[in-house]
Structure formats: structure tokens, C-alpha cells
Design a protein around this ligand. Structure first.
Ligand code: ADP
Ligand code: GN1
Ligand code: MG
Length: 359
């Protein structure tokens, strides 16, 4: 590993002598390595440039946002080295290494914090909600116009629907006949999929600087206190809607099973978890959400889950070109869990609404 990455490693100014680099984490997009020196540890990450076509713009966002967060966190009496990521530049002052090995960046590894792939209790989910809500609040005055749009139309669900239809049309992997039912499920919801973008166009939902990929494993927790401490995976920080960040967390974390659980009887939308996250997120946001945003939180959860389901389905039809997969049916399995959650959310809308109203 290290031999092949000799030039990449040499490009960065690490503290100490580099000893090893090994694969780390469970993200679907980037290739993540944990690099150890005799003095310290770093994340060395190969950016997925098929997904992020402008790595320079992306890294300008990442440096801009983390520098801003550092100041805000310090002003609130927090510890910036712990509560946000510290990226390191290359020896020649660039934001990332770009060479035949690909586009690589590095940041300090926080070995006192941990990422979870599932909540151990509602408290974990409450804490992650608080961290993501706080993240949004901290960036409340960030100059949004300086941010590059790293993936255009990222949470534009009608556009995701268009991409699904394109995938159906092309049937690139020859899998269409095996997913007729799933396609029907998606197409039956085409009108509902427009709600959020329509409300945004009408000005009902304000644009904010949002994270846009608020999976549970994108926040690091303190193993001792359980506190949600550091939000990571900043690739999709862009102007967006608060309900996207809320919704994507619910999609992943309020499920009683993994995103790729094959046994659908285990997959349920847990209202106790929904309650815990809602409480944490609203506390973290510090009451900045408008009444319309609060009312639409359950819709956001539905929308993000439906959108993710159709993204997995489209990728399955395209032959698994976007998300990392471990086996041929992986994207379809993920699509099934999302659609099961979508159906449950449709049935539990009133209960979700009542929980939001409580806070
Ligand atoms: P991806 O876009 O592929 O999801 P991430 O930036 O989220 O990339 O990193 C992948 C995974 O690595 C994360 O989900 C997390 O589990 C783990 N990870 C990244 N940075 C840290 C860190 N500083 N401490 C602990 N775990 C980390
Ligand atoms: C990807 O990068 P990661 O694994 O945190 C994806 C999200 C999806 C998620 C589904 C840039 O998140 O949008 O919701 O997988 N990120 C990107 O698990 O597409
Ligand atoms: Mg991630």
C-alpha cells in the first residue's frame, strides 16, 4: 500500500515518520485510509472524482468551512481541534495532491472519537441530531455565495426521478425486467416527489448552508460521554434545505436495521428514535427553523428516504457505477430497505407530526 502511494504520502507534511496506511471506515464514495506515523495519525483519502468532478472547488469549500467553524467554535469556548476537522495542505501549499494516483487529501485523525454505523440507544441518535443541528446553526452566517456546488441538483428529488427514468430507458445492465415492481413503486410517487422543490421555488423553505449527507457515521461521538462532537464528510456542504439534513439522518438512523439489511422484516421506522433525533436536531438548530420548516420535517424524512431509494435503484439499473457495492445485488437490497421505510413513513406521518409538534 505505502509503496504504491509513495508520492502521495511524500506530498504532505506529516508529523513523524510514516509507518503504515490501512483501509478505514465504511463510506460509499471515497477511499479512506488511516495513516499512522510514530507520532500521530491521519486520514488520507482519495476523493472520488467521478462523483466530485471539481476537487479543487470541493477542497476550497472544505477549507473555507472548517476555518470558519474553527473560529465560531473557539468563540463559543469549544475546542476547534476536536469539534471540527483539521485538514493539512501539501508541502507546496496546495489543498490536495493531484497526480497519476488520483486526487488525495489529508486531515488529522481524531483517535479519541468514534463513528457508529448504528445507534446503540436513542441517546446516540439524540446526540447526532444535536451535532448536525449545531453544525447548521454554526454555519448560519457563512457566506453561502462563496460555496461551490460540488454535486449540482444533489437533493433535487424530481431531477433524481428524471435520472431514474433515464436509467430505465437505457437499461444499461439489462436488469430492468427483474425490478418492474420497484420501478412501479417509484413512478407511483412521482407527484409527491415534487413537494419540497415546489415549496422551495415558492420561497416557503429558505436556503441555508447545510451538510446534505447526515448519515450517523458522518458524525464522530465521544465514547465516554456519548456527545456528538465532530461532523465529518464535508464534501456536500452546500446551500440546501434544513429538512434535507433532518431527513437524511432519519432515513439512515431511525431504521431498526442496516441500510443493506436483506431481511426486510427487521427494517422498521422506529418512532422512539425519530423522537430522539427530532429533539436533538431542534435543540442543536437553536430555534432558527421557521414554522414551515418545522412542519415539513416529516416530509423531509420521507423525501430523503424515497430519493435515496430511487438513487440506489437507478444505480442498480446503471450497473453499479456510483455507490460502492460488495456484491451484485447490493444496490437493490439497499433500495428495498429504503422503500420499506418509505411505506412505513407514509403510514406514520401523523405520529411523526405529533412528535415534531411536541418540541
Ligand atoms: P465517504 O464519503 O466515503 O463516506 P467519509 O469522509 O465519511 O467518506 O469517511 C469514511 C468513514 O471513515 C466515515 O464514515 C467514518 O466512519 C470514518 N472516519 C473518517 N474520519 C474519521 C475520524 N477522524 N475518526 C474516526 N472515524 C473517521
Ligand atoms: C453516500 O459518502 P457517504 O457514504 O457518507 C452518498 C449519500 C447517500 C449515502 C447512502 C456524495 O454517503 O448521498 O445518502 O451514500 N454521498 C454522496 O448511504 O453521494
Ligand atoms: Mg461518509
Amino acid at each position: 500500500m505505502l509503496e504504491k502511494l509513495r508520492n502521495v504520502v511524500a506530498a504532505f507534511e506529516f508529523d513523524g515518520n510514516v509507518q503504515e496506511a490501512k483501509p478505514f471506515g465504511s463510506g460509499h464514495i471515497n477511499d479512506t485510509l488511516l495513516l499512522s506515523t510514530d507520532k500521530s495519525q491521519y486520514i488520507l483519502q482519495k476523493m472520488n472524482t467521478a462523483v466530485f468532478k471539481d476537487p479543487q472547488g470541493l477542497m476550497e469549500n472544505v477549507f473555507g468551512v472548517t476555518e470558519y467553524l474553527r473560529k465560531e467554535i473557539a468563540a463559543q469556548g469549544g475546542d476547534p481541534a476536536l469539534e471540527t476537522l483539521t485538514f493539512i495542505k501539501t508541502k507546496d501549499g496546495r489543498l490536495f495532491y493531484d497526480g497519476p494516483e488520483g486526487a488525495w487529501r489529508s486531515y488529522r485523525f481524531q483517535n479519541t472519537l468514534m463513528a457508529l454505523n448504528a445507534c446503540r440507544s436513542p441517546k446516540d441518535f439524540y446526540e447526532s441530531g444535536k451535532a448536525f443541528g449545531r453544525f447548521q446553526a454554526l454555519l448560519g452566517d457563512y457566506p453561502a455565495e462563496t460555496l461551490h456546488e460540488t454535486i449540482p441538483h444533489f437533493h433535487n428529488t424530481p431531477d433524481r426521478m428524471r435520472q431514474l427514468k433515464e436509467a430505465i430507458e437505457k437499461n444499461a445492465a439489462g436488469r430492468l425486467d427483474s425490478v418492474r415492481e420497484e420501478v412501479e413503486f417509484a413512478l407511483a410517487r412521482e407527484e409527491s416527489a415534487k413537494i419540497v422543490m415546489d415549496l422551495a421555488a415558492e420561497g416557503v423553505l429558505p436556503l441555508r448552508v447545510t451538510h446534505n449527507d447526515t448519515k450517523l457515521n458522518n458524525v464522530l461521538l465521544d465514547p465516554e460521554t456519548g456527545a456528538g462532537t465532530c461532523v465529518i464528510d464535508l464534501d456536500t456542504v452546500m446551500p440546501g434545505m434544513a429538512i434535507f439534513d433532518f431527513g437524511d439522518s432519519i432515513r439512515f438512523g431511525a431504521s431498526t436495521a442496516a441500510e443493506d439489511e436483506k431481511d426486510l422484516s427487521k427494517v422498521t421506522m422506529d418512532l422512539e428514535l425519530f423522537d430522539a433525533y427530532t429533539k436533538g436536531f431542534l435543540e442543536g438548530c437553536n430555534n432558527v427553523l421557521t414554522p414551515a420548516e418545522r412542519d415539513l420535517l416529516p416530509t423531509g424524512a420521507w423525501m430523503m428516504t424515497f430519493e435515496c431509494g430511487i438513487r440506489f435503484l437507478a444505480d442498480y439499473l446503471n450497473g453499479d457505477t456510483y455507490f460502492k457495492t460488495a456484491y451484485p445485488q447490493h444496490n437493490l437490497v439497499r433500495c428495498h430497505t429504503q422503500f420499506k421505510l418509505v411505506k412505513e413513513m407514509e403510514e406514520k406521518q401523523d405520529q411523526m407530526q405529533a412528535i415534531v409538534a411536541k418540541y
